[in-house]
Write a protein that binds this ligand. Sequence first.
Ligand code: NIG
Ligand code: FE
Length: 417
Amino acid sequence: MMKKGNILIKNAAELVTCSGFKGKKGKSMSDLHIISNGAVVIEEGVIKAVGKTEELLKQYKEEDYKVIDASNKAVLPGFVDSHTHFVFGGYRAEEFSWRLRGDSYMSIMERGGGILSSVRATAEASKEELLKSAIKRLDSMLSFGVTTVEGKSGYGLDYETEIKQLEVMKEADNHHPVDVVSTFMGAHAVLKDYKGREGAFIDFLIEKVMPEVTERKLAEFCDVFCEKNVFSIEDSRKLLTKAKEMGFKVKLHADEIVQLGGAELAAELGAVSADHLLQASDQGIKEMEKAGVVATLLPGTAFSLKEDFARARYMIDNNCAVALATDLNPGSCFTESIPLIFALATLYMGMTTEEAVTALTINGAAAVDKADKIGSIDIGKKGDIIILEFPSYKYIPYHIGVSTVEKVVKNGILVYN
Ligand code: NIG
Ligand code: FE
């Protein structure tokens, strides 16, 4: 009897496993561990066997599985988009046009727009509206081959709306094949009442919001926008130290616009990832590498804000593990396009195609502390697989800005075709 979540994928021209290591990859990001004429067997959602098609077909009977013939196609692990803000109300197209005329992202924020304008719209939106738009965005991500996405709160900044955003993420996770990893990011901006009293706002989050988040298991990570005129190094250190004590794993929006020392702080705190890093110092990168912090780079944001890209080449050459993510959000980067991220990483950041694949699979998994469960085609991991319409992963950036993903399998079930 064929069980739910039993799939056998055979004859893959390239089975790109991204296998061969358990933690985070820096220098060895080029090694994709490819099996030609490969096959993978998934039983009840979990990868059971990986190898050459001829070998696997001797051991596993095709009638026990839904069979996908991947002749002339490349097969890869599902992409992990490890940094997004996909639950939000309203849009900021008007601000985008102001930026095209020369206004800076931070000047719009300082005038009460930017993140604060999404905060107003998110407070006004009902849970149902937020869920509907979130699901639509997850559908779009799935079509790009994303099987796990990280999402942040931070368009609430008050108790009710922060909790509402996290509840929506939990429901989205329950109602959609894409897995959602939730991050509490109450420290994303400050409302007018707290301007100049950021420390008091941090205390409010610690005392009034975070206990509820942990008690109801609404988020696994805590993140902060550590930036000039937002949260200082001291505020960020205080928040994240407390967060760790409360059982959160931590992340930072670090050194995005101004070099504050966010990379160094991420290393000091043993953060799982530090993200953006456009301005990260050499010393900060060195310390991140030593502490095993994943550098999550968000080229869509640099592109959209017309900033210089993060120094991916330098980081990888210095053995720092690099992940890539979209940063999907309504302000600095309104895109869930994985093909765009591939294009920017390879054509503008000096990354090879192999490194970009690693950065969106196993290193993306490491950036959400899940490299033992997802991110590669290895026995025991989730059966999250994508099948391309082309015979090689090399077509991903080559077909510029266009998705090459033909099928997506999530937990051994064909969910996109
Ligand atoms: O990662 N930098 C801060 N947060 C988001 C932007 C959020 C927004 O503009 O709405 C980011 O770029
Ligand atoms: Fe972000």
